[in-house]
Write a protein that binds this ligand. Sequence first.
Ligand SMILES: Cc1ncc(C[n+]2csc(CCOP(=O)(O)OP(=O)(O)O)c2C)c(N)n1
Ligand SMILES: [Mg+2]
Length: 283
Amino acid sequence: MTQNELDFLKLTALKVRRHIIEQVFNAKSGHPGGSLSIADLVTYLYFREIKADPMNPADPGRDRFVLSKGHCAPALYAALAMRGFFPEEDLVTLRKVDSYLEGHPSSREVPGVDISTGSLGQGISNAVGAAIAGKLDRRDYRVYCILGDGECEEGQVWEAAMCAAHYDLDNLCCVVDLNRLQIDGETEKVMNPNPIGEKFAAFGWNVIQIDGHDFGEIGSAFRAAADEKGCPTVIIAETVKGKGVSFMENKASWHGVAPNAEETAKALQEIDNEIKKAEVQNG
Ligand SMILES: Cc1ncc(C[n+]2csc(CCOP(=O)(O)OP(=O)(O)O)c2C)c(N)n1
Ligand SMILES: [Mg+2]
């Protein structure tokens, strides 16, 4: 990746983070922590990786994306809006009664959302189904799926993992957002799912470990996943929950709470400072 491309992705991810804070603040509810931890991954996916046309979101040949940790909809909505699937102004209607932007993504209502999610564990099963369908239909689309590490405490995840390897789904690439926190605190204390990579490897997956905030590593991992033949790939992305807002970082208390006006101003100030620096780099 060139320096220009890296600078562009960095700036775009900051704008995604800004939208996350604004959405959750306006809704007075939602999930900032886990949305911020996947901001870089979602930015890379929607601005470099996923082949989909905002003008034709139902194209049967498009790549599929499943946000299995559906509570992090604000990150997905920000990326979709910025890619042109729907107006960016609509983002602040998140969770309002008449809005199509529900707290968890609905494929019936939101252009670009392939599969409705929110019930943890189920999204990866849908992704496996979409990947099997791709093979049966002899289409060359790829299927991407982001899971939480707390989500990996769900038994259904491992049934899906077994199925994906059984059917040699090399068109499937999952990402585990390894931020080490879930709703009630540290995953290791709640119900230790680690080592998640070794578990996927035992089921027959190709496993790649990366820093989930490093665009160089993210890009290389998706390239390697696309080159892998005969088995599915999982990218274990080490991340920081709340990444990019100092007082939210690594705090389980910011899992599902909206910032108040004062906290929002502080968060946006921090992000805007970084945006200013990034804009200078982007020329
Ligand atoms: C089946 C199911 N059980 C419980 C919940 C409630 N819930 C929402 S988020 C969450 C914790 C998820 O932790 P993790 O997957 O690590 O998400 P992240 O840290 O990325 O926010 C729980 C238990 C749910 N959405 N679905
Ligand atoms: Mg987590």
